[in-house]
Design a protein around this ligand. Structure first.
Ligand SMILES: Nc1ncnc2c1ncn2[C@@H]1O[C@H](COP(=O)(O)OP(=O)(O)OP(=O)(O)O)[C@@H](O)[C@H]1O
Ligand SMILES: [Mg+2]
Length: 258
């Protein structure tokens, strides 16, 4: 099971859209079995896949409960190959609880749960949608991941926090997770403006930040798809954003640009 964290300290840069689209495309176009982890109290991924609830266990329990069977937290979706570990607002409290309980390791709890899951060889990929923050649950995600993908939406402040995130990734690699690597930055919501082209060129010039060749174009269909609770490649597979996400996943899998 390969585990990928989708993360950026900035909000609204298409982390959730990227995590959900990648999971859906890996599952339906590439036949992969995917566990999608919602690691954001907003629960957007859980809502998108119809598993947001306060009655069932969530990632909060994975972070705080002792002797929990992580399979109890995983929910089926209407997609045969996509299961979700949901999140809700209890994650605020769970984060505080983890920080207050130093009698157990605080940063490796998600990894321990994912190790248990990985022994069953059920999933090919685990994709973690993160909150726009570095907190104890995002650190748990980095410690549990093999790779990081950073979605970036070009705007005036697009690169704020990037150095801090890179430092957090490097520190996590040094201290707790030597296999962690930055797979790359993914330009999202791309529009053919000078600013977008310049921002993309700026990033491509920085060797410390690998950038995927494929960028994701802005599409009006994306908002419609979120209301329809349908992944963009299902809702409108001919939209620019869907075609780009399909090409991005192909590039990610090493099959070159479409
Ligand atoms: N390619 C795109 N075309 C059009 N709209 C997009 C595109 N990508 C993202 N959006 C829109 O931008 C908004 C933010 O996307 P999303 O929720 O995926 O970002 P996020 O980084 O997960 O946000 P948060 O930090 O709040 O979790 C959403 O309304 C989404 O529909
Ligand atoms: Mg999100």
């Amino acid at each position: 099971m390969k585990t990928i964290s989708i993360i950026n300290l900035k909000g609204g840069v298409a982390k959730t859209l990227t995590a959900d689209s990648m999971a859906h495309i890996l599952a339906t176009y590439h036949g992969a079995r995917v566990l999608l982890i919602d690691n954001d109290k907003q629960g957007n991924t859980s809502k998108a896949f119809g598993v947001h609830s306060y009655d069932d266990k969530s990632i909060s329990d994975v972070l705080t409960a002792r002797r929990l069977d992580p399979w109890e937290v995983i929910r089926k979706t209407r997609f045969e190959n996509i299961d979700v570990m949901p999140a809700n607002m209890t994650l605020i409290r769970a984060n505080m609880e983890v920080l207050m309980d130093s009698t157990r390791p605080q940063q490796t709890r998600l990894r321990a749960a994912l190790n248990t899951i990985a022994t069953e060889n059920f999933y090919d990929y685990c994709i973690i949608d993160n909150a726009p923050d570095i907190n104890i649950s995002t650190i748990n995600a980095l410690v549990a991941s093999d790779e990081v993908i950073i979605p970036i939406k070009i705007d005036e402040y697009a690169f704020d926090g990037l150095a801090e995130l890179k430092e957090q990734i490097d520190n996590t690699r040094d201290d707790l997770n030597p296999r962690l690597r930055l797979a790359g930055c993914l330009i999202t919501c791309f529009q053919r403006t000078d600013a977008d082209r310049q921002g993309e060129a700026w990033l491509q010039d920085k060797p410390e930040y690998p950038v995927f060749k494929t960028h994701i174009r802005y599409s009006e269909k994306v908002t419609e798809s979120t209301f329809a609770k349908s992944p963009i490649a299902e809702y409108s597979r001919r939209s620019a954003a869907a075609m780009d996400y399909i090409a991005f996943v192909r590039e990610y899998l090493g099959r070159g640009k479409a």
